[in-house]
Design a protein around this ligand. Structure first.
Ligand code: BYC
Length: 473
């Protein structure tokens, strides 16, 4: 195991793939299927080259190489963080034992399920974003979209490697399935709800990379704690790539808010739609939508699945090793607010083990608040009397204790008729979506940008904003 990556093999890797001919052949058999899938379901826009980063090493420093790449020639491969031979299991009933290098028989089904769910999200997001290249607001943004897409494709490779290397025939079949389900397909949809929603415009893309990729960060963070060492090391490296995706989301929303604030100041009105900007109330509705479908990705607030995964050592908590408790949680409690049929919130004490999804969701919510603070700071600096807020976690939920209830963004439980009358104030309406879509016109001239978004403060890898990030046909 080395930190540098072998690019001589057909499949770039740092797992010494050529020493296992059977595995290498199986993965080389999957590779053309992946390429077919990429051709059919990947980005629609054809280019002559995109300024992309490619991993050259998994070490702490200098892991990325930047250069123009013809996208289908991107070297997708298998990169695991370096192995720590002394790593021990940090939680659950196997705590203190050496991390597993193979899958224990009794946990095979659960581990496979976790890997398949994780793997399923990666190609799904590429499918959701397929058409966005046709309407990019600048070459800089277009380049970021491709970067996110190729790395999600690589994350699929990461999970497929684990399935092929450790789960035998069933794993290989699951790897095929990952290319057969498709986002939004009526017959074989992606597994998790948020990955069947269309990412129809660039504001949605920025929200997705802020809120949904951030769920990815937290889920990968818990899988990084896994006792199954190859999964842990895989997720550790994926998290490095994921950081850029969230950067795209955070700064993307920053730039939309910044531009809207400028237009509001310039024209002294919140009604900036006729001036080429996205009104703040529409941005808030997008936040409400993307945040809440992402909350659904944490599963139910009480989950025996999560408790079993933790006790078995398959999935830990966020920053498990830094937590100062017994890492068993058999004695600890957690409070859950549950909506009641009478329209009130009831406080229920749960075993901390059952509330692990809630624990992770709490970390996520705190992180999402930092975005809201940033965006409000932009409004504050522009002296605009409007503030963004995250809605109550019971709002617009399809999974967990609030599913089946109607909850307003401030947490009031209401009846269906009241919800139906008011939902247009809280969630993007067809008109809002059509309006945002009408703003999405491609701007492919170097150094130019669409009217609804401010240019970035910095370019990529020290290049200026007007650099030719993408060569178009
Ligand atoms: N949609 O015990 P429960 C990313 C099912 S994003 C549909 O409450 P659990 C990325 C559940 O399967 C991160 N079904 O939930 C981001 C279960 O079914 P069974 C992806 C759902 O199992 C951007 C039942 O409901 N990674 O990487 O504790 C771009 C009861 O479940 C949903 C992972 O999620 C849903 N939302 O937690 C690209 C990590 N939620 O068993 C990539 C792996 C629940 O009754 N997955 N159900 O048939 C997991 O850890 C867990 O499976 C979940 C669910 C957190 C998803």
């Amino acid at each position: 195991m080395t930190t540098s990556i072998n690019y001589e093999d057909k499949i770039p890797n740092n797992v010494d793939l050529s020493s296992d001919r059977k595995l290498q052949r199986a993965l080389e058999g999957w590779q053309p299927k992946f390429m077919n899938w990429w051709g059919e379901m990947g980005p629609t826009l054809e280019t002559q080259g995109v300024y992309l980063r490619t991993a050259v090493s998994v070490g702490r420093e200098g892991w990325a190489h930047f250069g123009h790449v013809n996208v289908p020639d991107y070297r997708w491969g298998i990169f695991l963080a370096e192995r720590d031979p002394k790593r021990t299991i940090a939680f659950g009933e196997h705590m203190g034992e050496p991390a597993w290098q193979q899958v224990p028989g009794e946990y095979r089904a659960d581990l496979q399920r976790l890997i398949v769910i994780q793997g399923d999200t990666e190609p799904a997001s590429v499918e959701q974003q397929k058409l966005l290249g046709l309407t990019a607001p600048s070459l800089y943004d277009l380049r970021n979209l491709f970067q996110v897409n190729v790395e999600e494709g690589r994350h699929l490779w990461a999970m497929v490697y684990l399935l092929h290397a450790y789960f035998g025939k069933e794993g290989r079949e699951e790897a095929e399935g990952l290319l057969l389900r498709n986002s939004g397909s009526p017959d074989s949809p992606r597994i998790l709800g948020a990955f069947n929603e269309e990412t129809a415009d660039w504001l949605a893309f920025f929200m997705f990379t802020y809120f949904t990729d951030r769920d990815g960060k937290y889920q990968l963070g818990t899988l990084k704690e896994s006792a199954f060492d190859p999964l842990s090391r895989t997720c550790e490296f994926m998290l490095k790539e994921e950081a850029h995706h969230m950067f795209v989301g955070t700064t993307g929303v920053d730039r939309v808010v910044e531009r809207s604030a400028t237009l509001i100041r310039e024209h002294d009105t919140l009604d900036i739609a006729p001036r080429g900007g996205i009104p703040l109330d529409i941005i808030q509705k997008y936040i409400n939508f993307h945040y809440t479908v992402s909350l659904d990705l944490f599963g139910g607030e009480t989950s025996t699945n999560a408790a079993n995964y933790f006790t078995a050592g398959l999935k830990g908590r966020w920053q498990e090793t830094r937590r100062k408790d017994d890492h068993l949680l058999t004695e600890d409690g957690f409070f859950l607010e549950r909506p009641t049929a009478e329209g009130a919130w009831e406080r229920e004490e749960l075993s901390a083990l059952l509330a692990l999804n809630l624990d992770l969701r709490g970390e996520y919510i705190a992180d999402c608040e930092t975005g809201i603070k940033r965006w409000n700071r932009i409004l504050d600096t522009a002296e605009i009397d409007f503030r963004f807020a995250l809605p109550h976690p019971g709002f617009n939920r399809s999974v967990g204790v609030s599913a089946g209830f109607h909850v307003t963004p401030d947490g009031t439980i209401i009846d269906e008729a009241t919800w139906e009358r008011a939902r247009h104030k809280w969630l993007p309406t067809d008109e809002d979506l059509a309006f945002v879509r009408s703003m999405m016109r491609p701007v492919y001239e170097r150094g130019k940008i669409a009217s609804w978004v401010a240019p970035p403060r910095n370019g990529i890898n020290g290049k200026p904003f007007d650099y030719e990030y993408v060569y178009l046909t």
